[in-house]
Design a protein around this ligand. Structure first.
Ligand code: FES
Length: 160
């Protein structure tokens, strides 16, 4: 898997007017909370399940046509979202794979909702950085030679 060459996804939060980068595979709820995005309505603020898929308060509406933007619906979502629009997801159950446009708290009114959505979809999502950050090179201990066994550690391991 060539993870290092992937483009980082960008989540466009329509209600908040904010674009947020994340790593591929990050949990949508965790990214939103980290970025200070208000994910919950009143019920969720008073008490949510912490991301277990049980409280059904972390609704988001996913806009756009990329079916691979998020991981497929989980069994929990299939059950809990039966009576909701097909574009709704539970943020805590979704992992971000590609850039997408999201409306948080779709059950809460938003003035000029259609206009905001149209404008959010009209502006192409930025690709974000072209690669994950390179890991820092590790300094090798010049005293330690490959294949050399530390006798002190071996003796200690035999005790007790
Ligand atoms: S946080 Fe409870 S269902 Fe998502």
């Amino acid at each position: 898997m060539q993870l290092w060459s992937q483009v980082m996804p960008v989540i466009r939060f329509v209600r908040e007017g904010k674009d947020v980068e994340c790593y591929p595979g990050e949990n949508l709820r965790e990214v939103a909370l980290r970025e200070g995005i208000e994910l919950y309505g009143l019920k969720g603020k008073l008490g949510n399940c912490g991301g277990c898929g049980q409280c059904i308060t972390c609704f988001v509406e996913v806009e756009g046509a990329d079916p691979l933007a998020l991981t497929p619906c989980t069994a929990v979502e299939e059950q809990k979202l039966r009576r909701r629009p097909s574009s709704w997801r539970l943020a805590c159950q979704a992992l971000v794979q590609r850039s997408l446009v999201v409306l948080t708290r779709p059950q809460v009114g938003l003035s000029d909702r259609e206009g905001l959505l149209a404008r959010a979809l009209a502006v192409p999502l930025p690709p974000g950085p072209l690669a994950w950050p390179e890991p820092e090179p590790q300094d090798e201990d010049p005293e330690e030679k490959p294949g050399e066994i530390d006798s002190t550690t071996s003796d200690e391991a035999g005790e007790g």
